[in-house]
Ligand binder design. Sequence first.
Ligand SMILES: Cc1cc2nc3c(=O)[nH]c(=O)nc-3n(C[C@H](O)[C@H](O)[C@H](O)COP(=O)(O)OP(=O)(O)OC[C@H]3O[C@@H](n4cnc5c(N)ncnc54)[C@H](O)[C@@H]3O)c2cc1C
Length: 342
Amino acid sequence: MNFDCKPLANYSLEDRNTLGFDVVAEWALPITQAEQIPPAIRWAKNAGLSHRVLGGGSNVVLPAQLPGLTLLMDIDFIEVLENRDSNTRLRVGAGVNWHALVGWTLDQNYRGLENLALIPGTVGAAPIQNIGAYGVEVKEYIDLVEAYDCQTNQWVSLSKKDCRFAYRHSVFKDEPNRFVITAVIFDLPKEWQPRVSYSDLTNYFTNRAIETIAAQEIFDAVCAIRAQKLPDPKVIGNVGSFFQNPVISNQQLQFLKEQFPQIVSYPESATHSKLAAGWLIDQCGFKGMQLGNVGVHNKQALVLTHRGGGNAGELLGLAEQIQKKVKETFGVDLIPEPIFFN
Ligand SMILES: Cc1cc2nc3c(=O)[nH]c(=O)nc-3n(C[C@H](O)[C@H](O)[C@H](O)COP(=O)(O)OP(=O)(O)OC[C@H]3O[C@@H](n4cnc5c(N)ncnc54)[C@H](O)[C@@H]3O)c2cc1C
């Protein structure tokens, strides 16, 4: 089949970024089949335009005018490759909604992804920052990532090792716009243990005196806890956590503990610890602060919000104020989690 490339000019992305900024893409192309990608990349190259990939827009900060070609990832399928006594392997299209996939796996009694319930966005974006929540990272369940390599113009299948996954990081962040992910292959072992050591989950189950915990109960618990803590992007524009939790040496942590005995930290490795970025921001007095059309959420200081009429410049101005104050107070650098397009 011949795939024509007919991008749409001046395409509004207002409904495709969870901050709800008024954004217009110079050119946009909905991608429903992987085969559309090579001609689309050729089209952009021949026109001298850059290209970008957009899933659900829940981890990006977009400018009012987005130049070049934006590929809108809508590839939608779920395929069971193998269902053995030991494990289940699934191949899932990049455009499938992440939370819908988690719900679907539990309906089939495939367990493992339940701690990652209610994370907005698409399956194709999940490997980009190695999404994680409530003590689980998606890398644990990824077998292969299928992608088009725009540098070599070849289809590639990247192993877990090739993806170089780390905390909120992967090869896809190191080499932005090189790979267009078309599908992810998941491997879900049948052997399963509930993972509820994260304090919110431990408290949830202790308070309800549930002893034998099922995967569906973890899914329900995660959804309930998240709904309480995080603003719904359909109501208040946001991209979830705006900053990563800083990883510092245990030596630096010891030093900080002497000055700030209440500092919130979690062990990261034998030598390093993770600080709760939300706590640092809260201590600097930003929680609930409003600056023009943007602000800091009043329940979770890690979440920056947009209530309409604002833009990327305003949000980045607020982010910079926060970074500066946290650095002055604690000597710690806050690294933004979302990707800034320009
Ligand atoms: C309320 C809220 C809560 C959140 N909670 C969490 C959380 O608990 N844990 C967590 O890790 N994240 C969280 N996030 C962030 C976000 O949901 C995830 O990063 C998600 O994976 C982004 O998916 P997306 O489809 O919206 O990606 P987009 O925002 O569209 O894109 C993000 C990046 O991925 C790239 N990309 C997207 N799709 C592809 C593709 N198919 N091929 C190549 N590149 C691609 C884009 O170019 C961009 O660089 C939260 C966000 C919100 C709004």
